[in-house]
Design a binder for this molecule. Structure first.
Ligand code: NDP
Length: 324
């Protein structure tokens, strides 16, 4: 087992995960080139957790940056917590380990620290990330994600992934895995959209009751430039209440939004490819929001999703029709 590091939490399988990680999902036109410099900068600043995925199409650039930092002696491989995700076109159990082995080979890695099911809906296997028929409708696949989970368990047993988890699962779907006959490993986490306008209180309580970490994405309201993010929605960082609390603490609205998550026991991801913001977003460990601040911030919730993931909406496993 790894040594305990500051600002990490113990997952339900005994491994440790940093409570703040760098996100790397960006609009396709800027996903690749700036990420390399951003990851280098982040490691210099102190980030040790990097979140990526097959569909971000920038894992090779990320690892080029990490390898540079390992070569220069700034970090060792075991200091880095790297998360990747299984895309929906690889859900057939016989494809999972083959996919992960091939991905590790390309990245010149022997393991990932965390391997997640990206979204609980299976898509037709093949080269297309979003397979569509001639009418433009998404082509789904009929795979029970519980059988995909069993394949992830095998990846953990094979040492290809230290920890395994899920993303974008609702409470009912988490229960399907937890109550699966023969379950070998619980998911260590559920990575979901979570921010001041969608605070996920109920899902968070449920996850805590099962010792599953809730990992938040979209904490700053994400980036409306991204192809799959809803446009013309209220901008979290412009909210006057958040700005007033930020001013009181002489911090920025982004720092308050991140600190809010840390103080309620949520693991936070935040993406920036801008040097100054990468630094700013890491400066969240040296101030404290008061209980009154936390209560006020809780009150901003309006159950608003920036990520509706409509391409999956016609599938019975689409997760966002349930309350949580
Ligand atoms: P975030 O909420 O982290 O927002 C990122 C946006 O905020 C970028 O446009 C960034 O711009 C900007 N920004 C960053 N820091 C600041 C700051 N201090 N002040 C003002 N603006 C700032 O959204 P993401 O959607 O990127 O979520 C974080 C990560 O979570 C992703 O990158 C990805 O790794 C993961 N994720 C997972 C999903 C899943 O389905 N599992 C879905 C979505 C995200 P700039 O880069 O120009 O600085």
């Amino acid at each position: 087992m790894r040594a305990i590091r500051p600002f990490s939490v113990k997952l339900n399988d005994g491994y440790f995960m940093p409570v703040l990680g760098l996100g790397t999902s960006a609009p396709h036109k800027v996903a690749k080139s700036p990420v390399e410099k951003a990851v280098e900068k982040a490691i210099d600043v102190g980030y040790r957790s990097i979140d990526s995925a097959y569909i971000y199409q920038n894992e090779e650039e990320i690892w080029r940056a990490i390898r540079k930092k390992i070569a220069s002696g700034t970090v060792k491989r075991e200091d880095i917590f790297y998360a990747s995700k299984l895309w929906c076109t690889f859900f057939r159990p016989e494809l999972v380990q083959i996919y992960l082995e091939e991905s590790l080979r390309k990245l010149q890695l022997s393991y990932v620290d965390l391997f997640l099911i990206h979204f609980p809906v299976a898509l037709k296997p093949g080269k297309d990330i979003f397979p569509k028929d001639t009418d433009g409708k998404t082509i789904f696949d009929t795979v029970d994600f519980c059988t995909t989970w069993e394949a992830l368990e095998k990846c953990k047993d094979a040492g290809l992934a230290k920890s395994i988890g899920v993303s974008n699962f609702n409470c009912r779907q988490l229960n399907m895995i937890l109550n699966k006959p023969g379950l070998k490993y619980k998911p260590v986490c559920n990575q979901v959209e979570c921010h001041l306008y969608l605070n996920q209180n109920k899902l968070l309580d449920f996850c805590k009751s099962k010792d599953i970490a809730l990992v938040a994405f979209g904490i700053l309201g994400s980036d409306p430039e991204k192809e799959w993010v809803s446009k013309n929605y209220p901008v979290i960082l412009e909210n006057p209440v958040i700005n007033a609390i930020a001013e009181k603490h002489q911090r920025t609205p982004a720092q308050v939004s991140l600190r809010y998550q840390l103080q309620r026991g949520v693991i936070a991801l935040v993406k920036s490819f801008t040097e100054k913001r990468i630094e700013e977003n890491f400066q969240v460990f040296d101030f404290q929001l008061t209980p009154e601040d936390m209560k006020t911030l809780d009150g901003l919730n309006r159950n608003l999703r920036y990520f509706k993931d409509d391409v999956f909406a016609d599938h019975p496993d689409y997760p966002f029709n349930d309350e949580y």
